[in-house]
Ligand binder design. Structure first.
Ligand code: 13P
Length: 263
């Protein structure tokens, strides 16, 4: 484990613990949760923390986050402006203090019919405005059981590379989130996750040997304080994208503590 950790260190990939609140929160929760997380984080700066509240709480969150936490949004419009009712542009997110944005979360793909091509456009417009995209990918249980996990993940990532080029990944993050592990309490084992993370890094290295080792690849799907250490210790797992456990300060901080110890 030590060797793996130092390899990651040499590659300058800092661990990132990111909290995706999804459709949860309130003004009071935004205040309480961000204050409690800020107070509970050490000043070490050895790993990064990012939070992704719902759109409407971003201006409030932006005033609260300080220097220890980076703010991001859960999705972004692929359009810059115009008659697109309900959409929020990358420039708007930037203006209210976001530095990152999730693109291609499986819930967006499934419930809002976002295609690989839509997601590639979102990735592109986000970067054009200076937002760092976290490109989410991952397979369903059915796809895993029929042996097409790598094929699915490759299609999801290659669609973005085809539009923006591999160079764009020098300033992006990938999150591997197997759908069967999201919100189910079933976590991929660290070996199962590492296998796909290594596949993703190899996929990137086919396009660029220099960029592939630099791209942080997060794991998401039922990450908790109790399994974070094992997952984050793996060579190609550079932190986590946390859903349920990001809604309670103690649970989220327990994951951050594991990242701190491994950093
Ligand atoms: P859970 O941590 O609740 O499984 O959610 C993972 C996720 O979807 C983060 O984006």
């Amino acid at each position: 484990m030590r060797t793996l950790k130092s390899e990651r260190y040499i590659m300058t990939r800092k661990l990132l613990v990111a909290g995706n609140w999804k459709l949860n929160g309130s003004i009071a929760m935004t205040n309480d949760l961000i204050s409690a997380i800020t107070n509970g984080l050490s000043d070490s700066n050895r790993f990064d923390v990012a939070l992704f509240p719902p759109f409407v709480y971003l201006p409030q969150a932006s005033k609260l986050v300080g220097s220890k936490i980076v703010l991001g949004a859960q999705t972004v419009s692929e359009h810059a402006k115009g008659a697109f009712t309900g959409e929020v542009s990358a420039a708007m997110l930037k203006e209210v203090g976001c530095q990152m944005v999730l693109v291609g979360h499986s819930e967006r793909r499934e419930y809002f019919n976002e295609s690989n091509q839509d997601i590639a456009k979102k990735f592109q417009v986000a970067q054009a405005q200076g937002l760092k995209p976290i490109l989410c990918c991952g397979e369903t249980l059915e796809q895993r059981e029929s042996g097409v996990t790598e094929q699915v993940v490759a299609q999801q990532i290659n669609a973005v590379i085809d539009l923006v080029g591999i160079g764009a990944f020098a300033d992006a993050v990938i999150a591997y989130e197997p759908i069967w592990a999201i919100g189910t309490g079933v976590t991929a084992s660290s070996e199962q996750a590492q296998e796909v993370h290594a596949f993703i890094r190899t996929l990137l290295s086919l396009k660029s040997d220099t960029i592939a080792p630099l791209v942080p690849i997060l794991y998401g799907g039922s990450v908790k304080g109790s399994n974070a250490k094992e997952l984050f210790s793996m060579q190609d797992i550079d932190g986590g994208l946390i859903g349920g456990a990001s809604l309670t300060a103690n649970d989220f901080l327990a994951i951050c503590q594991q990242a701190d110890k491994l950093s």
